[in-house]
Design a protein around this ligand. Structure first.
Ligand SMILES: NC(=O)c1ccc[n+]([C@@H]2O[C@H](COP(=O)([O-])OP(=O)(O)OC[C@H]3O[C@@H](n4cnc5c(N)ncnc54)[C@H](O)[C@@H]3O)[C@@H](O)[C@H]2O)c1
Ligand SMILES: O=C(O)C[C@H](O)C(=O)O
Length: 341
């Protein structure tokens, strides 16, 4: 049902389609990248700079932002680039922003789980969310920083405390899981991966990542053992990259691609385009977990409609059962971090 709405998209295709499109009268969006000098931040900012959807690109980091911004500003596309460096310029970087994408924080090294990043990244996301709540509370916020299962509840609690919480505006960016599922299934079936769409629901770590291969477009069939192997590869794909990078960080280029796809979808929704659907980890009442990723119909104010789980195969129902306790624990940890004392 919902998967009929989900059109396969590429970053170039999204930007091209959007070139002359606006039903709201608005034909451009102001986007901030928080953590813009990092492994994800730089290529993500490049993709955003390359898009006609973005008119203002605000780059914030605690180091090196002037250099990244000077470099990008020489590209002859329509957007203006501005740099903000260090906490004293944080609030300034968020003024007037409509979309804020947050890839700030440390990445994993081999042997670490995403939850091992909590101690460092929780306070980074908390402080950036606090600034967003003060300066651009109506922005649509996409959180990439890990552990996403906990950082989204952290940002949400910060907004709640500030009295400006709108659950429709805070998103955990899980798009890389969908991008990977499309790539792996396309490869396994000899399909053009840009034409494959696999919804991935749940959260963004290990067993909480639930690919819904039974809902693939076009539909695909696998023997049980291959289905299990593919599912586990999608669940562990982040670790595959961490191991291959051997201490030099985690996925950056594929994440920039996925982050740009998600940011462009937010921009297109803000501009009034209809039928924009992305899976994202949001406040949810679809399952027992308070936050859960499902396909979301996006509108100018963020979540327009949660499209829910659709029909799960018995195998996917078991994956869901395994995910819920871990998700609940991750969510509680995030909430407790903000509400401690
Ligand atoms: N959601 C996903 O699918 C996904 C995918 C890949 C990576 N990640 C996560 O994204 C995060 C960033 O990864 P990376 O490879 O870009 O790391 P990186 O270390 O290369 O870059 C992180 C950047 O954040 C900056 N930073 C640190 N503290 C900051 C603060 N308080 N305010 C602003 N910027 C700050 C750093 O200066 C650095 O430039 C990690 O937590 C990683 O686990 C998530
Ligand atoms: O695996 C990681 O630590 C980074 C990211 O969450 C990913 O899925 O690649």
């Amino acid at each position: 049902m919902f998967s009929r709405l989900v059109k396969p998209q590429t970053v170039a295709g999204i930007a091209k389609n959007a070139q002359n499109f606006s039903t709201s009268g608005q034909n451009n969006v102001k986007v901030a990248v928080m953590g813009a000098s990092g492994g994800i931040g730089q290529p993500l900012s490049l993709l955003l700079k390359n898009s006609p959807l973005v008119t203002e690109l605000s780059l914030y980091d605690i180091v090196h932002t002037p250099g990244v911004a000077a470099d990008l500003s020489h590209i002859n596309t329509n957007s203006k680039v501005r740099a903000s460096n260090g906490p004293e310029q944080l609030k300034d970087s968020l003024k007037g922003m409509e979309v804020v994408i947050i890839p700030a924080g440390v990445p994993r090294k081999p042997g670490m789980t995403r939850d091992d990043l909590f101690n460092t990244n929780a306070s980074i996301v908390r402080d950036l969310a606090q600034a967003c709540a003060e300066v651009c509370p109506k922005a649509l916020i996409g959180i990439i920083s890990n552990p996403v299962n906990s950082t989204v509840p952290i940002a949400s609690e910060v907004f709640q405390k500030a009295g400006v919480y709108d659950p429709n505006r805070i998103f955990g960016v899980t798009t890389l899981d969908i991008v990977r599922a499309n790539a792996f299934i396309g490869e396994a079936k000899g399909l053009n991966p840009t034409q494959v769409n696999i919804p991935v629901i749940g959260g963004h770590s290990g067993v909480t990542i639930i690919p819904l291969i039974s809902q693939a477009k076009p539909s695909v069939d696998f023997p049980k053992d291959q289905l299990k192997a593919l599912t586990e590869r999608i669940q562990e794909a982040g670790t595959e990259v961490v191991k291959a990078k051997a201490g030099a960080g985690s996925a950056t280029l594929s994440m920039a691609f996925a982050g740009a796809r998600f940011a462009f979808s937010l921009c297109r929704a803000i501009m009034g385009e209809s039928n924009i659907v992305e899976c994202s980890y949001v406040r949810s009442n679809v399952t027992e977990a308070k936050y859960f990723s499902t396909p979301i119909l996006l509108g100018p104010n963020g979540v327009q409609k949660n499209l829910g789980l659709g029909n799960l195969s018995p195998y996917e129902q078991d994956l869901l059962k395994a995910a819920i306790p871990e998700l609940k624990k991750n969510i509680q940890k995030g909430e407790d971090f903000v509400n401690k004392k």
